[in-house]
Each structure stands twice: as structure tokens, then as C-alpha cells.
Design a protein around this ligand. Structure first.
Ligand SMILES: Nc1nc2c(c(=O)[nH]1)N[C@H]1C(S)=C(S)[C@@H](COP(=O)(O)O)O[C@H]1N2
Ligand SMILES: [Mo]
Length: 321
């Protein structure tokens, strides 16, 4: 995933800062409040210690916070202007290019080992599910992290709607591939369309989520409008964006990143600080917005919900790459 190693990861750990304080600080800085500016740019030790406050963002309900994000929200602009969406280019700065993503009409095909395959419009699907807000941490395999409020619905609801046969053991997700609007599709070595997979047990775990919004607005195009996968205990690449097809299959599906870099990225991709990739450490992560680094935690801190999924498995590198 074309990563540049960041030697500044050894910065001292500083405390958490809620979003509205970040915002106030920016307002105070007036014209300096550019989207890409983090605390690194502010700099002084005094400014940093003045911001050592941890409170929950008052804008989100206890229900939204029930998965204990334990970190302040990433400022909206920082989260929405630092993306991975290789269909629109390999840099983090694709949010403008992604505005070309065609999202209307949007349909999702549900097929494979299901009672009756069907295609459903995004609008009709939204009428059949109950949406909620969840504040989750997100940990990219490149060792950066955000904490954001997603809107969406439990993936288990989607599985119920699909009515899989008992022979279905895995799900396979496919993202849109539209050569007219996605310049990344001309990069030859990638096996487009983007595709990912999960076990049925993972997909029906309470944490597995289908995202349709972010910060109380419809999903921004650069974040995978109108509908994407969200799996907070796994590296971000498992969470495919702009989904057009969900297949239920018998065998473990090979994924986009396994085909691209089989020695780097696997099927499981559960977060674990103890297993570095071949090229960099996973011990710490950089917080987008503040640029501080903090220790990475196994399953991205979601063990209480997901560790039982893997209890019977060999706890070796393959489970964590
Ligand atoms: N279709 C598609 N989905 C994708 C990607 C991508 O390049 N294409 N990148 C993945 C990676 S590596 C990460 S970290 C997250 C980033 O999501 P965000 O930009 O909304 O934070 O999307 C994931 N889903
Ligand atoms: Mo990622």
C-alpha cells in the first residue's frame, strides 16, 4: 500500500482532546485553521498541556458511545480530507476527485448462496433497516487512526434480509468500478474491482456495521458513498467502500489485497501491535488531526466483542495481517 514510513512516530504521547476544543482552538487561530493543520503545527508545550482534557462529545448519545471509543472525535474536516480510496488515486488527498463518484441511482446485488438472489436500490434498502449512530475507532494498516461517528445499520440485519442458505460460510463484498470517473482503475497491477470478504460469524458480530452516513450527514463520496462496510477491529482495508454487490459463498474468498500483496495483507487483518508488516511496525498509530502517536491495542481495543470469534484459531501472523 505504498507507505512512507514516518520516523516522527516516536513523539511523546499526549492526552486526548475533544473535537469542540480543537474547533475552538482553530477558531481562535483564525486564518490558520486550514483543514490539514494538526497540533503539530501549533506546537508549544503550553498549548498542548492546556488541551489535556477528556470528556465525551456532548453531541452524541450514550447509545452512540456504547462501544466505548475512549478517544475524542477526529475533527470532521481532518477525517473527511484524509482518505484511502485508490479508485480515485493513491494519495490521501482524493476527496475532491471522489466528488465524481456517481451515486444516483445506486443498486446493490445480493446473490450467491441465498434463498433468492435480488437487486435492491439503496433507497429501498434504507426503508428496510433501522439506522443508528456509532462512534468507532478506525485503524488503517498504514498506522494512522481516526475516531468518527458513523450512521448506518447492523450488518446482521443485512444478512437477515439476504436469507443465506446454510451452505453459505463467507460474504464477499464488491465495490463499484467505474472507469469513466475513477482514474485509479487504469493502474494496471490492481485486480479491480476492489473486493473484500468476511466469515458469516464476523458479519453477524454485533460490531460489524454497514455505514451510510458520517457526522450526521449522508456518507461523503470520499468515504464510500452511499454505502460501505465498517469493521473497527480490523485494519481499514477490510472495510470496502461504495458497495455494489454482496455474495454469499462457501469458500474463503480471495481479496483485492491478497492478490496485490499476498506477503503483506491477508484475509483476517485483525489489528495487533505485536505483528509488524514486512515493512513497518504496527506497535503505534498516529492520530489524524493532532498527529500525536499512541500505542495500538489488539483488535483495536474491541476484544470484548470480537476475541471469541478467533478463540479456537492459531494466534499467529496470518490472523493479524
Ligand atoms: N473501494 C475501496 N474501499 C476501501 C479502500 C479503497 O481504496 N477502495 N481503502 C480502504 C482503506 S486502506 C481504508 S484505511 C479505509 C479508509 O476509509 P476512510 O477514507 O473513509 O477513512 O477504506 C478502505 N476501503
Ligand atoms: Mo487502510
Amino acid at each position: 500500500m505504498l507507505i512512507r514510513h514516518r520516523p516522527e512516530w516516536d513523539l511523546p504521547e499526549s492526552a486526548a482532546t475533544p473535537q469542540h476544543i480543537v474547533m475552538n482552538r482553530r477558531a481562535a487561530l483564525g486564518g490558520l485553521g486550514a483543514a490539514t493543520m494538526g497540533f503539530g503545527a501549533i506546537g508549544t508545550a503550553q498549548a498542548q498541556s492546556a488541551m489535556k482534557v477528556t470528556i465525551e462529545d456532548p453531541g452524541y448519545s450514550a447509545a452512540a458511545m456504547r462501544f466505548q471509543p475512549g478517544r475524542p472525535l477526529t475533527p470532521q474536516k481532518d477525517a473527511e480530507r484524509y482518505n484511502n480510496f485508490y479508485e480515485f488515486g493513491l494519495s490521501k488527498d482524493i476527496w475532491r476527485a471522489a466528488q465524481k463518484l456517481p451515486i444516483e441511482p445506486w443498486t446493490i446485488k445480493v446473490d450467491g448462496l441465498v434463498e433468492k438472489p435480488f437487486t435492491i436500490s439503496f433507497d429501498d434498502l434504507m426503508k428496510q433497516v433501522k439506522t443508528e449512530t456509532r462512534v468507532y475507532r478506525h485503524r488503517c494498516v498504514e498506522a494512522w487512526a481516526i475516531t468518527v461517528p458513523w450512521e448506518g445499520f447492523a450488518m446482521s440485519d443485512l444478512v437477515k434480509l439476504a436469507k443465506p442458505l446454510s451452505s453459505a460460510k463467507y460474504l464477499r463484498f464488491t465495490s463499484l468500478a467505474d472507469a469513466k470517473t475513477m482514474p485509479g482503475l487504469s493502474i494496471p497491477f490492481f485486480p479491480w474491482p476492489y473486493h473484500e470478504g468476511l466469515t458469516m460469524a464476523e458479519a453477524t458480530n454485533e460490531l460489524a456495521f454497514v455505514g451510510t452516513g458520517l457526522y450526521n450527514q449522508p456518507m461523503p463520496k470520499q468515504d464510500g458513498a452511499p454505502i460501505r462496510v465498517i469493521l473497527p477491529w480490523k485494519y481499514g482495508f477490510k472495510s470496502a467502500k461504495s458497495i455494489v454487490r454482496i455474495e454469499f459463498v462457501k469458500d474463503q474468498p480471495e481479496t483485492f489485497w491478497q492478490k496485490t500483496s499476498p506477503d503483506m495483507y491477508g484475509f483476517w487483518a485483525n489489528v495487533n501491535p505485536k505483528f509488524p508488516t514486512l515493512r513497518w511496525s504496527q506497535a503505534r498509530e498516529r492520530i489524524i488531526g493532532t498527529d500525536e502517536t499512541v500505542p495500538t491495542v489488539i483488535y483495536n481495543g474491541y476484544s470484548q466483542w470480537v476475541a471469541p470469534l478467533y478463540a479456537g484459531m492459531k494466534q499467529d501472523r496470518t490472523l493479524f495481517m
